[in-house]
Design a protein around this ligand. Structure first.
Ligand code: C2E
Ligand code: MG
Ligand code: MG
Ligand code: MG
Length: 279
């Protein structure tokens, strides 16, 4: 009986692998040329300063609407785009489009501090990445000093000369850097002060639990102190309730992002949100 059961488990496992492989290949194929077919768009979410009347930052988030199929989440397609290399071309499109949009909003007189774009490790490893970021940004008419790249912790572990040069070039042009989803990845804290990072974004899993779980609230406070000790501004993502914001403000968290302020919005609604001064 045990053998039979083992056999079934094995078979089930194989079917599962076949299914995910098929899905992966299907996504890979669909991703090829999706930029040219104009299937991508960006939505935007404000990052609101806790104190004073500093204008918010704006994070650009990628959206993929597949013709005849519908919405596909970045959580599902970004890893596939990374493994097949498409992320480089998609990432260039995201950078260009975000900068173009920022220029348009600036011209329209809207007030915001920076535009932030998510960057995957695969993009950073591409030779000439830093130079290309600066070139794309300038070509779009935007200022590198008001462009922020959001990187995850995993990127910073891959210490290499190439990566150091990349960060050096970005820093020389004043491009801002943030660590995204902080606290979820591998946190070898030594890397934190080796790179010119200005912002630490606490992962939203901390925010969702910090009011109900004592340990999480302690860790969240510690991250805020750590960021400040390293001269960084600390951002919390995923604040959904007024209580989240109140507690974070109280703890000295510098900026807050989340559904409490607004969900990510298409360009026109984002402009409206900025215009209405709903901060
Ligand atoms: P992220 O950069 O950490 O972005 C934050 C995610 O949390 C977004 O999901 C956003 O919609 C969501 N979010 C914001 N506020 C709240 C909240 O209050 N509650 C909850 N439950 N969620 C909130 P989204 O847009 O689905 O993006 C998921 C991830 O996909 C991003 O996480 C980022 O890692 C990746 N991603 C998105 N756009 C790009 C891109 O252009 N390039 C790359 N490489 N990755 C991207
Ligand atoms: Mg992000
Ligand atoms: Mg994040
Ligand atoms: Mg996150």
């Amino acid at each position: 009986a045990a053998r039979e059961k083992g056999g079934n488990t094995y078979q089930f496992h194989t079917q599962e692998v076949v299914r995910t492989t098929r899905r992966r290949l299907e996504l890979e194929q669909a991703l090829r040329g999706a930029v040219e077919r104009e299937e991508f768009s960006l939505v935007y979410q404000p990052v609101v300063a806790s104190k004073g009347d500093h204008p918010p930052g704006i994070e650009a988030l990628l959206r993929w609407h597949r013709p005849g199929i519908g919405y596909c989440s970045p959580v599902d397609f970004i890893p596939v785009a990374e493994s097949c290399g498409e992320i480089v071309r998609i990432g260039d499109w995201v950078l260009t489009e975000a900068c173009r949009q920022a220029v348009a909003w600036e011209k329209a007189g809207l007030s915001f501090s920076r535009i932030s774009v998510n960057i995957s490790a695969v993009q950073l490893r591409d030779p000439g990445f830093a130079e290309r970021v600066v070139a794309l940004c300038k070509r779009a008419g935007w200022t590198p000093q008001r462009l922020e790249l959001e990187l995850t912790e995993s990127v910073l572990i891959l210490e290499s000369d190439a990566l150091r040069n990349c960060f050096q070039t970005l820093e020389a042009h004043g491009v801002l850097l943030a660590i995204d989803d902080f606290g979820t990845g591998f946190s070898n804290l030594r890397y934190l002060n080796r790179f010119p990072v200005q912002r630490l974004k606490i992962d939203r899993s901390f925010v969702s639990d910090m009011l109900t779980d004592r340990n999480t609230s302690e860790v969240t406070q510690a991250i805020i102190h750590l960021g400040h000790a390293l001269g960084m501004r600390v951002v919390a993502e995923g604040a959904e309730q007024p209580e989240h914001c109140a507690w974070l403000h109280e703890q000295g968290c510098d900026e807050v992002q989340g559904y409490y302020y607004t969900r990510p919005l298409p360009p026109r609604e984002m402009a409206q949100w900025l215009r209405s001064g709903r901060v």
